[in-house]
Ligand binder design. Structure first.
Ligand code: MCA
Ligand code: AMP
Length: 517
């Protein structure tokens, strides 16, 4: 394993740090799956070496992107780690994305390699080759596909590619206020520094202290499941109980063998609906972490009452990784419902008003952040990147919040027009753009309203062109054919007019109040 360059510099490749944290006993179980498979640390080491050798054999340019839209599997995890190991840039894509969405991402990122499921190979490969992609492989969740066939012929010895901490490790697409997704460029240093801070802050236990076992039930194409959860476990040499899909009953059953669980609020709401969730079922657990969307105070309280555990809520973004967290150790303070805790060590967080002046303690304003975890900018969008940073180098999160006298941060809203549904971000501007292109539509507005399961869901208000008649169910059906399913508004209403302010801008707050009720 290569950990130093020829000039003696230490390797900034994130994989080097993760590999160095593997336990001494490489035959111990690293990942246990919900279909009865066991992968040892040695398996992970060999499989990532073989896959990294395949990627290295393709003669890709430095900085080449590897775009991946596959179902969750341990082999998909290996592909992520192998991409790091070989020094290329990982670009995960939500499995719900449909062809127009994939066409945009592939056209924008110009990946050298695309990996998709065999089921989607026809349309994905057409898009990829048109965009200049060199190789398209398939990978299915049952360990089949052309990627693994090619990997089988590769050596299991591989020296970790040398990378500087500042070199790009991943691009995560996150939608912008204008509706078009922007690729957030994250470096090896961004990812590693954040993972190290969280390892300490959340008190991950060493083997001597009894170790930890993580229940991994989130998708692996966004920050929460891909980075926060996976890096947390690997950097601690901790086993993961790997679930291909979130299944509340299985999570409750596995709590007896695990210590850490991470979920978006919807996962907690669904777990709470299970009669099997009791103090006894959660007895073996050490820590429950929530994030990606606001956790309702009633969910926090109900969880405490039913399990005896206090959920630790934290806050982050694709562009910044994790920014704040409620305390783990009691000595650092209590975990406060409705707050996202304190800025993590190394993170500077401030709240400013519209005139770029700091607000007083407890006053509301825009949240801005700085730190080693903050991304390098948006892929091929230098102007957009510049707009999102202040002159003194703070990133404008687009979240609105306040800091109390004790330092607890509370998110009270967003200045960006964004709906967070079940932990997935939905940008109304993108959905409105698709609706406005439908025949007979003059104009539309999409707003988020409260929802018991997903926290928030979209509702579409649509105005017909003069003389046209619109059927809400047909609009929904058209959207389902074009957009990832979680983006499709749950309800659609055809209306005569939209409420507007004096500037002519649609008053979404009025619509939210009207339709939320
Ligand atoms: C599924 N559906 C949804 C959502 N998920 N609708 C709205 N919002 C959603 N999130 C709809 C589908 O369109 C479908 O409707 C129906 O529900 C069933 O789909 P299915 O796939 O079976 O749903 P599910 O398996 O029950 O999924 C729900 C879920 C999933 C488990 C809550 O959405 C999920 O895993 N969410 C986690 C997202 C996540 O990891 N976020 C982290 C982002 P129809 O039948 O009508 O088509 S990272 C991040 O935000 C930052 C940086 C951070 O701080 O962590
Ligand atoms: P993403 O673009 O997927 O990275 O989503 C980031 C956004 O999720 C943030 O800007 C926040 O608006 C939201 N978010 C993440 N964690 C929390 C939380 N604990 N409470 C409220 N909002 C959150």
């Amino acid at each position: 394993m290569q950990t130093q360059s020829n000039s003696g510099q230490s390797n900034g490749n994130l994989f080097s740090a993760l590999r160095a944290a593997f336990p001494q006993d490489l035959d111990a179980v690293a990942v246990e799956t919900d279909n009865g498979l066991y992968y040892s640390w040695r398996d992970l080491d060999r499989a990532t070496a073989m896959m990294a050798n395949l990627l290295a054999s393709l003669d890709l340019a430095p900085g080449a992107r590897i775009a991946v839209q596959v179902e969750k599997s341990v082999e998909a995890l290996v592909l992520y780690l192998a991409t790091l190991r070989a020094g290329f840039v990982f670009l995960p894509l939500n499995t719900a994305y449909q062809s127009a969405e994939i066409e945009y991402f592939i056209g924008n990122a110009e990946p050298a390699v695309v990996v998709c499921t065999a089921k989607n190979f026809g349309w994905v490969s057409k898009i990829a080759f048109k965009a200049g992609t060199q190789s398209v492989f398939t990978l299915n969740d049952d360990r089949t596909g052309s990627l693994l066939e090619r990997v089988a012929h590769c050596s299991d010895q591989h020296a970790v590619a040398f990378r500087q901490a500042d070199d790009l490790a991943a691009i995560l697409y996150t939608s912008g206020t204008t509706g078009r997704s922007k690729g957030a460029m994250l470096s090896h240093g961004n990812l590693l520094s954040n993972a190290r801070v969280l390892k300490d802050y959340w008190g991950w236990r060493s083997a001597e202290e009894g170790g930890d076992v993580l229940i991994h039930a989130l998708p692996i194409f966004h920050v929460h499941g891909l980075f926060v959860a996976i890096h947390g476990a690997l950097l601690n040499g901790s086993k993961m109980i790997w679930m291909s899909k979130f299944d509340p009953r299985l999570v409750i059953k596995k709590m007896a063998e695990a210590t850490v669980f991470m979920g978006v609020p919807t996962l907690y709401v669904r777990l709470l609906a299970e009669p099997g969730l009791t103090v006894d079922a959660a007895r073996h657990m050490r820590l429950f972490i929530a994030g990606s969307a606001p956790l309702l105070i009633e969910t926090f309280n109900e969880w405490q009452a039913k399990t005896g555990h206090t959920i630790l809520e934290r806050y982050g973004m694709s562009e910044t990784l994790m920014l704040t967290s409620n305390p783990y150790h009691e000595a650092d303070g209590e975990r406060r419902a409705g707050t996202v805790g304190f800025p993590l060590p190394g993170v500077s967080l401030r709240v400013q008003d519209d005139d770029a002046q700091p607000v007083a303690t407890g006053e509301i304003g825009g949240i801005q952040v700085k730190g080693p975890n903050v991304f390098k900018g948006y892929w091929r969008m230098p102007e957009k990147t510049a707009e999102e940073f202040t002159a003194d180098g703070y990133f404008k999160t687009g979240d609105v919040g306040k800091i109390d006298a004790l330092g607890y941060v509370t998110i009270v809203g967003r200045s960006k027009d964004l709906i967070i549904s079940g932990g997935y971000n939905v940008y109304p501007a993108e959905i409105e753009g698709v609706i406005n292109d439908l025949p007979g539509v003059a104009e539309s507005a999409v707003v988020g309203i409260p929802h018991a399961d997903f926290g928030e869901v979209g509702v579409a208000l649509v105005i017909a062109k003069p003389g046209a008649s619109l059927d809400p169910s047909e609009i929904i059906a058209s959207l389902k054919a074009q957009l990832a399913n979680f983006k499709v508004p749950k309800q659609c209403f055809v209306v005569d007019a939209l409420p507007r302010n004096a500037m002519g801008k649609v008053q979404k707050n009025v619509l939210r109040a009207q339709y939320g009720a």
